[in-house]
Design a protein around this ligand. Structure first.
Ligand code: CTP
Ligand code: ZN
Length: 152
């Protein structure tokens, strides 16, 4: 077996492998995808060496197949994440995530005076930059940039 093919986390039979997650975003991805409610087997690995990311994390979800609209939500914290769809132990499809045009919920508006920080209102943003993530609040129009991004 070539070294490249040695798996630090076991292969799965069917499901989704989310690879190339920045190590520091692993728990945010878990939160965004609501993985705590999943009953099938989930395996995680964190702090693997990666040439591209320094340290990366990986999540393997048996029997889970996500809709693009749901998976794209993780682009906010893991823009280089790669999805591998596994059927009968084979990678049958690879997908990249894309930052959506609109973000509902998930992120917090950085304006403390914003209505969403003072009343029970779900946040809503228009994405004005996808490369380095800048979100314009639908309510107060303040721009929340990558540096100030807080995941709810
Ligand atoms: N994988 C898995 N179970 C399988 C097949 C693959 O968990 N039955 C995982 C691998 O461990 C890897 C990812 O799915 O993390 C992608 O597999 P593969 O395309 O074979 O690996 P690479 O060529 O290294 O992928 P890439 O360079 O695109 O990240
Ligand atoms: Zn706001």
């Amino acid at each position: 077996m070539k070294e490249k093919k040695q798996l630090s986390v076991s292969a799965i039979k069917n499901g989704t492998v989310i690879d190339h997650i920045p190590a520091q975003s692993l728990f945010k991805v878990i939160q965004i995808l609501n993985l705590e409610h999943i009953r099938d087997q989930i395996t995680f690995g964190a702090n693997f060496e990666s040439k591209k990311l320094g340290k990366k994390a990986i999540i393997k979800l048996s029997n889970q197949f996500f809709r693009d609209i749901d998976i794209n939500k993780i682009a906010l914290v893991a823009p280089q994440a790669k999805l591998n769809i596994i059927k009968d132990y084979e990678v049958v499809e690879k997908k990249v995530v894309e930052v959506p045009n609109e973000i509902i919920g998930i992120a917090k508006c950085m304006n403390p005076q914003c209505i969403t920080n003072n009343e029970e209102i779900v946040t809503k943003f228009t994405v004005i930059s996808k490369e380095n993530v800048a979100l314009k609040c639908h309510y107060c129009e303040r721009i929340t940039d990558q540096e100030h991004l807080v995941i709810l």
